[in-house]
Write a protein of this length. Structure first.
Length: 57
């Protein structure tokens, strides 16, 4: 069975509702996107610093 067809269990042993599952997935997605954005920004800062050093030198 795929994960989508198996009801997820909460801490109380009750199956989670679709809305709760969607909220948890959206929260996880937002956290992942925030981390990705921070990583990309840090990588851009490093690249910009290298370019500026190349221009100065």
């Amino acid at each position: 069975m795929s994960e989508e067809t198996v009801p997820q269990q909460g801490g109380t042993g009750q199956p989670k509702g679709l809305l709760q599952q969607m909220e948890e997935l959206m929260a996880a997605l937002n956290a992942n996107l925030s981390a990705l954005g921070a990583d990309l920004q840090a990588a851009g800062d490093v690249e910009r610093g290298a370019v500026e050093e190349g221009r100065a030198g």
